[in-house]
Design a binder for this molecule. Structure first.
Ligand SMILES: [Zn+2]
Length: 420
């Protein structure tokens, strides 16, 4: 038996508004808190949670940036001659993304999405490492570096495996008492919400499944740890998309030409521009100012959001749409999806959530990067206390592994029952 297990369960897109009117986790995690998210997609939010720092510090913000000199995609340019009927297919793109990921030795999540092959060699991909591994951020350490440096044994889910497989692995690690910290990563709710929207009955059904799994995990943990400190956390919420905006057609209808005069990445809720001449900057800015569905973010706003990059690395001009508007077609997708995130963090559906069995959550845990402090604090606590309880049990049972100790206990019980 060990003293403490800090158990962090990350559920992608399990936002505050998703659980606000749902009894999710009431029985095992009655403490609830609304948290401010980070501006950007999971590519920005997850690294912020794992490092306690903001995009301007860790430099994991948006996936694609204009950087032709460093583009690893030059070999894909010949594919521009393939008919759009093939290259626009999701199935083909997924297959090719997997192939490219292996070829380029990318360790994180990778998808070519809907970037035209005509322009692919203009762009670099910014998440070449996995944020769920030590050394996985573009700048600075994450929680896994922290755990490794301190020699704290931990579990982290492998995103290449299914939620169910990861659940089995962490359960086995808990039963063996090998770990002093666990970070469980569940991405399926995000995919479901994108597909069906935030009002579908499939959403509460998925939450019930998560409840069952967490109960299961807790009951396994309670058999091996005196105290389980449970935190269920998310990175952002999900807004239904009720208005479609073809911003690409408007921009491409202007005089300035992509590649010659400017470059743009059309994410699904924002567009990021790089300009090669003042004329392109002026005409595009003027056009964007007339689009009522969104606005250009000022440097001051970007600084307040902590996503300001003075060198324009992620874009010299950022246009963001209002919650509920979807930019389509975009470089993220050719067709509309039911729901999206990546709006301004102050929009209603953007907020993330923290659910816990702890009596109190400090007031300074207000935004998702603050979760890092909870993780490091609990990991240190577990290390200190588990080391001690481990030493105590070794003194009682010198040299016995937990399994051997179990067997010895069972033997004693059997001896008591045997007729003397
Ligand atoms: Zn998502």
């Amino acid at each position: 038996m060990k003293a403490i297990l800090p158990l962090f369960i990350f559920i992608d897109a399990c936002g505050w508004e998703i659980i606000r009117n749902d009894p999710f986790g009431r029985s095992f995690a009655p403490g609830r808190k609304r948290l401010e998210s980070v501006f950007g997609y999971s590519s920005a939010c997850v690294p912020s949670i794992l490092s306690g720092r903001w995009p301007e510090e860790h430099h994991n913000w948006c996936y694609f940036v204009y950087d032709p000199n460093r583009s690893p995609f030059k070999s894909l340019r010949p594919l521009r001659w393939l008919p759009r009927a093939i290259t626009g297919r999701r199935l083909f793109r997924r297959w090719l993304s997997r192939f490219v990921k292996v070829q380029l030795k990318f360790r994180g999540y990778f998808d070519l999405y809907n970037i035209p092959f005509k322009y692919i060699s203009l762009f670099d991909f910014t998440e070449k490492k996995s944020p769920l591994k030590p050394g996985g951020l573009n700048r600075g350490p994450n929680i896994f570096d922290f755990l490794e440096i301190r020699g704290i044994p931990y579990h982290v889910s492998d995103p290449a495996r299914s939620e169910q497989d990861n659940l089995q692995i962490v359960t086995a690690e808990i039963r063996s008492e090998r770990i002093d910290f666990a970070f469980v990563y569940w991405p399926e709710l995000d995919g479901l919400l994108h597909r069906v929207g935030n009002r579908s009955p499939e959403v509460p059904a998925k939450l019930r499944q998560y409840e069952q799994r967490i109960e299961q995990l807790l009951s396994a943990a309670r058999g091996h740890y005196e105290e389980v400190r449970l935190y269920v956390l998310s990175d952002h919420g999900m807004a239904n998309c009720d208005e479609l905006l073809d911003l690409k057609a408007r921009i491409e209808g202007l005089d300035p030409r992509m590649e010659q005069d400017y470059a743009a990445v059309y994410d699904s809720t924002m567009v990021r521009f790089w300009f090669f001449n003042p004329r392109a900057r002026q005409q595009i800015t003027e056009c964007l100012r007339k689009v009522p569905q969104g606005s250009i973010l000022s440097d001051e706003e970007l600084k307040a959001l902590r996503t300001f990059f003075p060198d324009g690395y992620f874009g010299e001009l950022i246009f963001l749409v209002k919650e509920g508007v979807l930019i389509v077609p975009s470089h993220m997708g050719e067709r509309p999806i039911r729901a999206m995130h990546g709006y301004h963090p102050k929009e209603k559906q953007s907020y993330a959530a923290l659910l816990t069995n702890q009596a109190e959550v400090a007031a300074d845990i207000a935004a998702i990067p603050d979760l890092f402090r909870l993780m490091t604090r609990d990991a240190e606590l577990a290390k200190a206390r588990n080391g001690k309880s481990q030493a105590d049990s070794e003194w009682l049972n010198p040299g016995l592994t937990p399994l051997e100790a179990d067997l010895q206990e069972a033997g004693k019980a059997a001896a008591k029952l045997a007729p003397s």
